[in-house]
Design a protein around this ligand. Structure first.
Ligand code: UTP
Length: 475
């Protein structure tokens, strides 16, 4: 009869998790070995104290003391000095890109639960006319950037252990969408077990734990452990442009943003959007004791959220669309296991399927468990130097969280089509619109050929205007 090692048994009993031993005697040798491996990878001391602080009780959600609104670079600006600075910054940013000093990082390890799509979110057919997946769209965008700057960008993609296989398979099956596979680097984030409300680690099957990705904060450790930072450093990369897989319109490389980051000696820089209202569901950029913080919308005290300046504008106006630029040195320092940086854990109440004591798989209809995650933006206060640059929502942020409604497939498709229509119109091409100004067609520009508005303008002679009611892909 196979059993778990005595060491693991002792650990489980010490931490009140002996229910995990329940099926061990009935497992095959291979199942048992896999289970033992999973159990031994868990930092039990830390998990036990997290169960006390984040599951059995509610974590402390107090916000930093004496917060004030974070300053930012406004965009556009009428200030002549700033205009001049922006103009130099764009040159600096473009040069850094051309010189191979910039790499891209996309986090794609999330579970996309709200989207309810069976597969990694990156494989979802999102683009409005071409039906391209996020991965294809960004691959083509990168090919556009490579052409524009005469380079071969390195692209780091974080997956979770759960979606790694499907993500790699998707790139393989599609020949990396024309990218050189040597420039596409996958790395895997860590996981955390889901915990029932009574503090027990849940099992997904009789021989495995219910594990889920440990949040995008997992990027820091995973990136360090992957060795990719070293690889980039050896290639001369200094700056990493970070975006989320589900933001289709994000400018993957922004010369102004990268240039300002570099000129100001920033360690981590963030885009901000002017919030549409005091309670918009975006993290709030705040300063406390000279450090930059993002206070989650759910933690922002109502009286502060409502504060306005003399012109009636929200004081805490800056919302985060999760677009950042990191200095490689800073990420390297944060990930160093010799002086590990511990980001705070956040609790999320979720429905998690689990195997009960009788071996039956239970699929709960309401939240039954806590998932624990860290967030990348919690590293902001660790930086001595940060900057924030305003962004225009229509050109920056089309989050795809839900199938329809707010922040959805529907809204992301519409935003991309609108953005591409604006680029066509800026080049003097007429785009059919309804009397209320909304688009009367669906347009999509190939990001490989039309990387930006400038490309559209240069190639306008080749472009036939879209017709009313038409769905048109310009490839
Ligand atoms: P979200 O927190 O919005 O999660 O992730 P999600 O997976 O897209 O959707 P829900 O909440 O399950 O419905 C924002 C970004 O962070 C990545 C996601 O892939 C997305 O790009 N992410 C999130 C990770 O890479 N790992 C994680 O553990 C969580």
């Amino acid at each position: 009869m196979a059993v778990l090692s005595e060491k693991i048994e002792k650990i489980l009993r010490r931490h009140g998790q002996e229910h995990l031993l329940h099926f061990a005697e009935a497992l095959s040798g291979a199942e048992l070995a896999g289970f033992e491996r999973q159990l031994s990878e868990i930092e039990w001391e830390e998990l036990s104290s997290l169960i006390d602080s984040h599951v059995k009780s509610r974590p402390d959600r107090s916000i930093p003391a004496d917060i004030s609104p974070a300053p930012y670079y406004p965009l556009p600006t009428s200030d002549p000095a700033l205009k001049e600075k922006y103009s130099s910054a764009m040159d600096v940013g473009a040069k850094l890109i051309r010189d191979g000093r910039v790499a891209l990082l996309t986090v794609a390890g999330g579970q996309g639960t709200r989207l309810g799509f069976d597969g990694p979110k990156g494989t979802y057919p999102i683009s409005p006319a071409g039906g391209k997946s996020f991965f294809q769209y960004f691959s083509e965008k990168i090919r556009g950037a490579n052409r524009k700057y005469g380079i071969a960008l390195d692209w780091l993609i974080m997956t979770s252990p759960v979606n790694r296989g499907a993500t790699l398979g998707f790139f393989e099956a599609n020949n990396y969408f024309g990218l050189d596979r040597r420039n596409v680097h996958f790395f895997v984030q860590g996981t955390m077990p889901a915990i029932s409300y009574d503090g027990r680690v849940l099992m997904e099957s009789k021989s495995s734990l219910a594990l889920s990705p440990n949040g995008h904060g997992g990027t820091i450790r995973a990136l360090h452990d992957s060795g990719l930072l070293r690889m980039l450093e050896n290639k001369g990369v200094e700056v990493i442009s970070y975006f989320q897989i589900d933001n289709l319109i994000v400018p993957i490389l922004d010369t102004l943003f990268i240039g300002l980051h570099h000129m100001d000696g920033s360690q981590v820089s963030s885009r901000m959007l002017a919030k549409t209202g005091p309670f918009e569901k975006l993290g709030n950029f705040c300063m406390s004791e000279g450090r930059l913080h993002i206070v989650e919308y759910s933690d922002m005290p109502e009286d502060l959220a409502l504060q306005r300046d003399r012109d009636g504008r929200l004081l805490f106006i800056s919302g985060s669309p999760a677009i950042h630029v990191f200095s490689l040195d800073f990420l390297d320092r944060l990930g160093d296991p010799a002086s590990p940086v511990r980001l705070p854990w956040h609790r999320a109440d979720k429905k998690v399927a689990f195997v009960d004591g009788s071996g039956r798989l239970v699929k709960p209809e309401k939240p039954n468990a806590v998932k624990l995650e860290t967030f990348i933006f919690d590293c902001l206060p660790l930086a001595e130097k940060t900057i924030i640059l305003e962004g225009m929502r229509d050109e920056q942020f089309s989050p795809t969280k839900n199938p329809d409604g707010v922040d959805s497939v529907e809204s992301a498709r519409r935003m991309l089509s609108e953005r591409d229509a604006r680029w066509l119109e800026a080049a003097g091409i007429e785009v059919p619109r309804s009397p209320d100004g909304s688009l009367d067609c669906v347009v999509e520009l190939s990001p490989m050929k039309y990387y930006d508005a400038e490309d559209v303008s240069m190639l306008k002679g080749q472009i036939t205007p879209p017709r009313s009611g038409e769905k048109r892909l310009y490839s």
